[in-house]
Design a protein around this ligand. Structure first.
Ligand SMILES: [Zn+2]
Length: 94
């Protein structure tokens, strides 16, 4: 798992780039700004090595009985609201 701080991590996604800001789900009219993006296996070689060696990855830590969980390597953007300070996250998977 790697961590990229701030805007530099917006393209560390398996799908469309992460947004720079999101609406805060915890308060009214709050805007949350990207703080960091965690990501694993974004390039083909890195991804194959992680899967082959079963290195620690989010997909391997699925809780027993979990209905929804990343079934492959993932990226996660963490945002912090500038109004209330709460953190929220958006993730996607490869
Ligand atoms: Zn907020």
């Amino acid at each position: 798992m790697k961590v990229t701080l701030g805007k530099a991590g917006l393209n560390k996604s398996f799908q469309d780039d992460f947004q720079r800001t999101v609406e805060c789900p915890f308060c009214t009219n709050g805007t949350a700004h990207v703080a960091f993006v965690t990501h694993e296996g974004l390039d083909r070689g890195e991804r194959a090595a992680i899967v082959a060696r079963k290195e620690p990855a989010v997909c391997f830590s699925r809780p027993a009985g979990a209905r929804i969980w990343p079934h492959d390597l993932m990226a996660c953007a963490v945002y912090i609201c500038t109004k209330c300070g709460e953190a929220t996250a958006i993730w996607n998977q490869g």
